[in-house]
Design a protein around this ligand. Structure first.
Ligand code: SF4
Length: 349
């Protein structure tokens, strides 16, 4: 099996170039071909010698994965299905292929990509279809970058949110690699302001993210009371939301970098006035936004969505308490692309 070049840094590419008998500067040239010109084969890297390209091709490939399916919602949202092999199975020939989804959400002049970082997820949030399928493996940087490069809107993407399948901080090493490629001058040179990473609060990795990246942060909060949050989000037992917010408060979100809290509203579970009061208290003195998300009903789950009126009433309580709170529009529901629904229809190809 060939090693994929996509996801490598210029330093790593330099080493690969030298081993293939190419000059050291070919590493930079390869980075340009991969990330700026986005070629799909080594043969297209025409400023490398033919001999060098042949030597490279013996052990390496670009490694772009193409989607096998795309569905388009009535609202223009598009969901792409990518095949990934399961890295946790040691024998490559035996690996099953899993489905990972990426969602492109158009909004006026923006095109935002909702990116997946894992096949399945081990965090087990009870309201999430991805969580229900269990964990199959981490995506590597090439799998994640393929979601950016292999879709029809690749050239027009304006923003990215790491909110698809998986917990990105549970795959920090590969996600960090992708963030570096997206933001470096030798990569896509995106401003970190165009990228948001969403986490349920994997505390040790969250600190690394806050220290090592300038991208925005979104935290899946859903309930301010630890004992209630734990009922639907087992992560609460390992890392309490109180600790997560305490850590976040040590960082500056008054400038370019933003933090938001995702709050899916479940009727009768987290939308009482006491929840609003506790949220206001928890997030006091933090420059942030609370995004209220309508729950999309899933099978065998006891809670249902709150009505529009109840969501507005809850938002008004937060606003009265001094928080900035908005009700987020739901996108791509008809193609199961909305929050919490990814890979509800397929998980193994
Ligand atoms: Fe994993 Fe996110 Fe689903 Fe929780 S909500 S199970 S962290 S994908």
């Amino acid at each position: 099996m060939k090693t994929r070049l996509l996801g490598k840094t210029p330093d790593e590419l330099k080493q690969i170039a030298l081993e293939a008998g190419l000059p050291a500067f070919a590493g930079k040239q390869m980075a340009q071909w991969l990330y700026q010109k986005r070629v799909r084969s080594i043969d297209e890297m025409t400023n490398l010698s033919k001999q060098g390209r042949e030597a490279l091709s013996r052990s390496y490939e670009v490694g772009l994965t193409l989607p096998v399916d795309v569905q388009t919602s009535v609202d223009g949202t598009r969901k792409y299905l990518f095949p990934v092999s399961c890295p946790s199975v040691p024998d490559a020939a035996e690996r099953p292929t899993f489905a990972v989804e990426a969602v492109m959400i158009p909004d006026d002049d923006r095109k935002t990509l909702c990116v997946s970082s894992q096949a399945g997820c081990k965090m087990g949030c009870k309201f999430c279809m991805t969580g229900r399928q269990g964990f199959h493996g981490n995506l590597d940087a090439a799998d994640i970058l393929s979601q950016f490069f292999a879709i029809d809107e690749a050239a027009d993407l304006t923003n990215a949110v790491f909110m698809g399948m998986g917990e990105p901080l549970d795959n920090w090493e590969q996600v960090k690699r992708v963030l570096d490629i997206l933001t470096a001058n030798w990569g896509l040179a995106w401003s970190p302001k165009r990228i948001t990473l969403s986490t349920i609060g994997v505390l040790p990795k969250l600190k690394l993210y806050l220290d090592q990246s300038k991208c925005h942060l979104a935290v899946s909060l859903h309930n301010p009371f630890p004992e209630e949050r734990e009922q639907l989000m087992p992560v609460q037992k390992a890392w309490s939301i109180t600790e997560v917010v305490r850590l976040i408060k040590q960082y500056d979100f008054t400038g370019q970098r933003r933090v938001s809290f995702e709050y899916t509203v479940f009727e009768g579970w987290n939308n009482e006035p006491r929840h609003a009061q506790a949220l206001v208290k928890l997030l006091r003195n933090l420059e942030c936004r609370v995004n209220l998300i309508r729950f999309h009903r899933i099978p065998d789950f006891s809670y249902g969505p709150a009505s529009r009126e109840k969501m507005e009433a809850f938002r008004d309580l937060l606003t009265a308490g001094g928080l900035t709170a908005t009700i987020r529009a739901s996108r791509g529901e008809d193609i199961f692309a909305a929050c919490g629904l990814l890979a509800g229809k397929h998980n193994q190809l």
